[in-house]
Design a protein around this ligand. Structure first.
Ligand code: IPD
Ligand code: CA
Ligand code: CA
Length: 262
């Protein structure tokens, strides 16, 4: 684990918010069986998590700016630093009692990710990275998987929500990818998809229509694990365009070619 001041600040904020999310997740499991369902309760849990992270980060770095999923942008005195926060990635999973969700905190310096944290409080898996200092899962140093061929690769992806994105394009990409890979997955938490590529569990990931808070932490974590993250054209507009293709050097290159052909 990296024990720098900035990572300590991020870890403390994530642990505090994570404890509350775990309590709320227990409640959601009860609410599943009620007629009203847990939807309102979950949006309140999401906002509570964001408020906790916001207050913790603000206390530690009062001048930094923020981009948060619920609160939006908050300008700081220090315009070169910005926290990019998803207080609950994998909301649909959380809502359905599926224990696959995370808190994700990225730090941008001059619009580039320089630190990242993705925390799954259910499994107690804390993925962190800082530029130049490597990426870790708890105490273990991370490295992307070494597979060189898509034919052996397990690839995770994002499926556009009903009424959003470009479902036709997704179906073309899925068909093209399915012809080439060993297996396809969909977790429902983009921040975890990226962290799991960094940990070598998945060999690659692609999705379109994401937001900066889904990606900022993961881009740093993957970069520090020796992975490649680009947009769908091989450029670096991920945070602005919301398109992402990730993997090791070989898998990433092959994925770009397959997606282009689709
Ligand atoms: C969503 C998840 C999901 C992705 C969606 C995101 P949320 O984030 O990351 O995997 O497919 O596009 O919006 O809404 O659960 O924070
Ligand atoms: Ca998200
Ligand atoms: Ca979210």
């Amino acid at each position: 684990m990296i024990r720098s001041p900035i990572i300590t600040v991020m870890v403390n904020a994530a642990r505090k918010a994570g404890r509350a999310l775990i309590r709320d997740f227990g409640e959601v499991e009860q609410l599943q069986v009620s007629l009203k369902g847990p939807a309102n309760f979950v949006s309140a849990a999401d906002r509570r998590s964001e408020e906790t992270i916001y207050q913790e980060l603000l206390k530690a770095r009062p001048d930094y700016g923020f981009l948060m999923e619920e609160r939006g942008a908050v300008e700081g005195k220090d315009t070169s630093h910005q926290w990019v926060v998803d207080p609950l990635d994998g909301t649909t999973n959380f809502l359905h009692g599926i224990p696959l969700f995370a808190i994700s905190i990225g730090l941008l310096k001059n619009a580039q990710p320089v630190a990242g944290l993705t925390f799954n409080p259910v499994t107690d898996e804390m993925f962190v990275a800082e530029r130049g200092k490597g990426a870790y899962l708890n105490e273990r140093r991370l490295r992307v998987a070494a597979r060189r061929d898509l034919s052996n690769a397990v690839i995770t992806c994002g499926i556009p929500h009903r009424g959003r994105g470009d479902p036709e394009r997704f179906r073309r990409e899925l068909a093209a990818m399915q012809e080439k890979v060993a297996g396809l997955r969909r977790t429902g938490a983009a921040a975890l998809d990226l962290a799991w590529v960094a940990a070598g569990r998945f060999d690659g990931f692609w999705e379109h229509g994401l937001s900066a808070w889904d990606l900022a932490a993961g881009i740093c974590i993957l970069g520090e694990s020796g992975g490649f993250t680009t947009d769908d054209k091989g450029g670096d507009t991920m945070l602005l365009s919301g398109s992402v293709v990730a993997g090791n050097e070989f898998v990433h290159r092959e994925m770009l070619a397959v997606l282009k052909s689709a």
